[in-house]
Design a protein around this ligand. Structure first.
Ligand code: 4NP
Length: 159
């Protein structure tokens, strides 16, 4: 049985597609034995159907992560049934997810993605959308750290 992971942000064009791409690459390189289903979604519908923000694509590509083929979709309550982990980029996304869970909790473990990188000393991935290029590199640093932590966590639970 595969372990199913969903990353959630607001627009699904910056942070969560970056997390999807980074985690997928890390898993392929370092945990090929694990069966993982990885996806991302946004709590808002502003950008549904769009590819990731060009700045997010460029920043990811610089680290060997290709996310240009992804397309934004909106988070839906049924995702709490379909996924084992539903991981929010910030508290505002988490609130939306938890509200959906009051209707239909599903079986997903819901939390903040950065809980898997306690050494980073922060719990939210800052929204880079209205900022400059540097924000996207910071997003990648945080997401890489949390991806390592999440992979270690899943490995431990599978063994
Ligand atoms: P994301 O970034 O949640 O990381 O995809 C954003 C993308 C779009 C908007 C806000 C944040 N927006 O307001 O359109």
């Amino acid at each position: 049985m595969s372990v199913r992971v969903l990353f959630v942000c607001l627009g699904n064009i910056c942070r969560s597609p970056t997390a999807e791409g980074v985690f997928r690459k890390l898993a392929a390189e370092e945990a090929a034995e694990l069966k993982l289903d990885i996806d991302s979604a946004g709590t808002a519908d502003y950008h549904v159907g769009e590819p990731p923000d060009p700045r997010a694509q460029a920043a990811a590509r610089q680290r060997g992560v290709e996310i240009s083929g992804l397309r934004a979709r909106q988070f839906e309550p049924q995702d709490l049934q379909r996924f084992d982990y539903v991981l929010a980029m910030d508290r505002s996304n988490l609130t939306v997810i938890r509200r959906a869970a009051t209707v239909d909790a599903g079986k997903a473990q819901v939390g903040l993605f950065l809980e898997f990188a306690p050494e980073q000393g922060m719990l939210e991935v800052p929204d880079p959308y209205f900022g400059g290029e540097a924000g996207f590199d910071r997003v990648l640093d945080l997401i890489e750290a949390a991806s390592r932590g999440l992979l270690a966590h899943i490995r431990e639970r599978q063994s």
